[in-house]
Design a protein around this ligand. Structure first.
Ligand SMILES: [Zn+2]
Length: 248
């Protein structure tokens, strides 16, 4: 049932005008004359997201099970909007709960598998995910504010970091994005109020209410320029999207 609903949403989405407010263009897949070498169209198309406080609600006692994973309002729509506008979405999340013994790696992976599956059913593709299992005292290179996870994903997926964005709810996310050379967006849907001293310390490129607000801002700046259909096809096939949606 869910698959049927998802498919109809996808088909409807590629036949309709862009849902971005103010955008008069049709969605990317309607443009079959797109120039694959058009540099400006891909400059903006990679975004790193923090998880807790951006996609799902923060929990002081950590999200340890799927039952404790609560989507934030607008998060799924924001993910879908970014996907529709050709952004490759990468999730980078500190999960010290692993090395604190509060959750196993396999349980965490199961939460992420479900998250990616639900996102896919809503038309959103997650292109990659990294989590840092280390506690702060382990002083690793991947726990944000260190940029290790972003650099790792950038190497694997050939991300132009200077043109990419990091979206997070904490100064440590903004610091990690800046250390990786990215532009940054602070969302206020998590644990950081606007008057937090860390916001002055690591001023983000932009501040948004939540992920949907941030996605709208990003998509407006990407000017809704179409992106390579081949890229969408390759990324999409890594998840459970029905292939016919992507065939011409
Ligand atoms: Zn780490």
């Amino acid at each position: 049932m869910r698959a049927t609903v998802a498919r109809s949403i996808r088909i409807e989405s590629i036949r309709s005008p862009c849902s971005q407010v103010g955008c008069l263009r049709l969605r990317p897949r309607l443009n079959d004359r797109y120039d694959m070498n058009h540099q400006s169209s891909t400059r903006w198309r990679n975004v790193f997201l923090d998880r807790d406080g951006v996609i799902n609600e923060n929990r002081v006692d950590h999200v340890k099970t799927w039952a404790e994973f609560h989507w934030l309002p607008g998060a799924l729509e924001g993910l879908r909007l970014l996907t529709e506008h050709g952004f490759r979405i990468f999730i980078v999340t500190n999960q010290a709960a692993v090395n604190r013994g509060l959750i196993t790696r396999s349980d965490l992976t199961e939460i992420h598998r479900r998250m990616i599956t639900v996102a896919a059913a809503h038309g959103a593709t997650i292109a990659g995910l990294r989590f840092c299992p280390h506690r702060p005292d382990e002083a690793c290179g991947c726990r944000k504010p260190q940029p290790g996870m972003l650099l790792d994903l950038a190497r694997e997926h050939q991300v132009d970091l200077a043109a990419a964005y990091m979206i997070g709810d904490a100064p440590s996310d903004i610091a990690a994005g800046q250390a990786a050379g990215c532009r940054t967006i602070l969302v206020l849907s998590g644990r950081t109020p606007l008057d937090h001293p860390g916001v002055q310390e690591h001023p983000p490129t932009h501040i948004a209410a939540n992920l949907l607000d941030a996605a709208r801002w990003l998509c407006a700046r990407a000017a809704c320029v179409p992106f390579p259909a081949e890229q969408q096809k390759r990324d999409s096939y890594t998840l459970d999207h029905p292939a016919p949606v992507y065939s011409k």
